[in-house]
Design a protein. Structure first.
Ligand code: SAT
Ligand code: MN
Length: 610
């Protein structure tokens, strides 16, 4: 029988040909003192074995094989349920490198703290060495990383979320460079000590070393805190690499949009975490648009570069989805529901009595009894949510029925449009087309959104979230704006830029726009704008559709309601510009002067008439 090949810590590094990786393994072993070492090959056998072990230890619960084949549920520690922005640091020698929107720490101080926290932190545990690639190995901007982790949950999740395994080590060769990612849950097991299902540490540090490109995370096993290829590498370190190399690392979905005539465009869209990126990426057009096709390339991250043809090309560096479960249903996102039918790991969802999963919004009728995400009995009248609002699924991208045939093209896809969207109850209209790249960049730079459960903290408060990158831009935000302007100026054909808001509410507090599949109507107008076939009229913010320009057939939405959805209210915008000004003031002299000029232009347009 085949077995996982655990290595003796002291000699594990000898099994690795890459010299730098061997050195790092040796150092990590000395520092963290694991029980043994496993170099992950990314095989299905390895995945199944590690999952089986986690079932034994209680970290995973195997779901009913008939209802949810090859799938598991995990319950995290209640203190470890989301990204922790106030424990996330960009470390460098110079505080000015990271700007006021990031938490800075001196890199030497950070290393001293981290080494202290990691000292003996893997005692009694296996140290997994996980070689992975972000983006296709043949692609120009593919980045290789190696994550060292003491979490088997992280090791298996990374197999779903990244291109993982032996071929990465082969590609690295003896001298190849990679991004080192060091991770520990920070919960050593002493001799005879019983383990808990979700080991973690109350004290968390997620550190990005700007000067060396390393990532070190200790204390958490959840999502972006622990799956270090995602926000840490693909965005925070990625944005630094992108700036140096002249491309963009963005918090964006990528979708394909094909008209009934067979004309196809590709669109990228930035929304803050938990604002419906996955739903838009997998949108299923409503019945009257069934001759339109929406296809999925990515749901969270886009790396955008200038192609040889001078256009902006985008790749999804990921390999799977780590999506928000609550709210996902056959009504809101049927493609996701099909993708989740098998091969998934669910975290912090509720369990049904027949061994399946459930979360708020999955079905209209709530089950009569569940085990909630805390492991407690749950009934509809108990007054607690059954799933945590940031409960997530991990699912292979290839499960997705709307997957675009180009999803793994190493060159990516050429973009015709870029969307910026926030969650705004007021102020922002359903859709606006920027007049040019500069006003589009201004839209991105001043994006605001109500906070969600994806990060620990208050939910529902409007905060500025430039480019939906506030928690993910690994350097000074003002310089990032300048980088966007420069990138656009170098393109020979720029994508059109649009601002969208699916979340506007009426005075009764109800959403004015149905959203979900009906967003197809807005996508169709955007498609037609890229082809020059849809009408629009100028407004202070940019080109906007009039009633009749967006196809509303079959929707019960009259002209007055449409106008409310599209309303650009000068007094709301004066307040909005003031709030945008606070962000610009905070970023100081680094804000490109063109953006300040654009702001002045808008201020003049919205000024109170004397
Ligand atoms: O960063 S996570 O991967 O935990 C999820 C998100 O915030 O989008
Ligand atoms: Mn995200």
């Amino acid at each position: 029988m085949t077995k996982l090949r655990y290595l003796t810590p002291a000699t594990a590094h000898e099994r690795v040909r890459n010299k730098e990786l061997a050195r790092r393994i040796r150092v990590a072993v000395q520092l963290c003192q694991p029980k043994n070492v496993l170099i992950c090959d990314g095989s299905k056998f390895e995945y199944d074995e590690l999952c089986a072990q986690m079932v034994e230890t209680g970290t995973l619960i195997r779901l009913n094989e008939k209802l949810r084949p090859n799938s598991y549920a995990a319950r995290s520690d209640p203190s470890d349920v989301a990204r922790v922005e106030d424990r996330t640091f960009i470390c460098s020698k110079n505080p000015d490198d990271v700007g006021p929107t990031n938490k800075w720490m001196d890199s030497d101080d950070a290393m001293t703290i981290l080494c202290g926290r990691l000292d003996g932190s893997m005692r009694g545990r296996t140290m997994f060495v996980v070689p992975f690639a972000m983006a296709d190995l043949e692609g120009k901007i593919c980045q290789l990383g190696v994550q060292i982790s003491d979490s088997p949950y992280v090791a298996v999740t990374k197999r779903t979320m990244t291109r993982l395994g032996a071929r990465i080590l082969k590609k690295l060769g003896p001298d190849g460079q990679f991004i080192p990612c060091m991770h520990s849950v920070g919960a050593p097991l002493e001799e005879g000590q019983e383990d808990v299902p979700w080991p973690c540490n109350e004290t968390k540090y997620i550190c990005h070393f700007k000067d060396t490109g390393e990532i070190w995370s200790v204390g958490s096993g959840y999502g972006g805190n622990a799956i270090l290829g995602k926000k840490c590498l693909a965005l925070r370190i990625g944005s630094n690499i992108a700036r140096k190399e002249g491309w963009l690392a963005e918090h964006m979905l990528i979708l394909g949009l094909e008209s009934p005539e067979g004309k196809k465009i590709f669109v990228a869209a930035a929304f803050p975490s938990s604002c419906g990126k996955t739903n838009l990426a997998m949108l299923k057009p409503p019945a009257q648009f069934s001759d339109w096709k929406v296809t999925t390339i990515g749901d969270d991250i886009a790396w955008i570069y200038k192609g040889e043809d001078g256009r902006a090309w985008a790749v999804n560096p990921e390999f799977g989805f780590f999506g928000v479960a609550p709210g996902t249903s056959f009504a809101t996102n049927p493609n996701a529901m099909e993708a989740l039918a098998r091969d998934c790991i669910f975290t912090n969802v509720a369990l049904t009595d027949d061994g399946d999963v459930w979360w708020e919004g999955m079905t209209e009728e709530k089950p009569a009894h569940l085990i909630d995400w805390l492991g407690q009995d749950w009934t509809p009248d108990c007054g607690r949510p059954a799933a945590h609002p940031n409960a997530r699924y991990t699912c292979p991208i290839t499960n997705c029925p709307s997957l675009d045939p180009e999803w793994d093209n190493p060159n990516g896809v050429p973009l015709s449009a870029i969307l910026f969207g926030g969650r705004r109850a007021t102020t922002s209209p359903l859709v606006v087309e920027a007049n040019d790249w500069l006003s589009g960049v201004f839209m991105g730079a001043t994006l605001g959104s109500e906070t969600t459960a994806a990060a620990v903290g208050v939910v529902g408060k409007v905060r500025r979230d430039p480019f939906a990158m506030l928690p993910f831009c690994g350097y000074h935000m003002g310089r990032y704006f300048a980088h966007w302007l420069k990138f656009g100026a170098e393109l020979t054909e720029q994508p059109l830029i649009f601002g969208v808001n699916w979340f506007r509410k009426g005075p009764d507090g109800k959403f004015l726009w149905p959203g979900y599949g009906d967003n197809m109507r807005v996508l169709k107008w955007i498609f037609e704008r890229t082809q020059g076939t849809a009408d629009a009229h100028p407004s202070a913010l940019g080109m906007v559709p009039s009633f009749g320009d967006i196809d509303l057939t079959g929707l019960n939405l009259d002209e007055a309601q449409f106008n409310r959805l599209m309303n650009i209210d000068p007094s709301e915008w004066r307040a909005e510009l003031d709030s945008q000004g606070e962000l610009f003031d905070m970023l100081g002299v680094e804000v490109p002067v063109q953006l300040l000029e654009r702001k002045a232009e808008l201020e003049a347009a919205f000024a109170e008439k004397a």
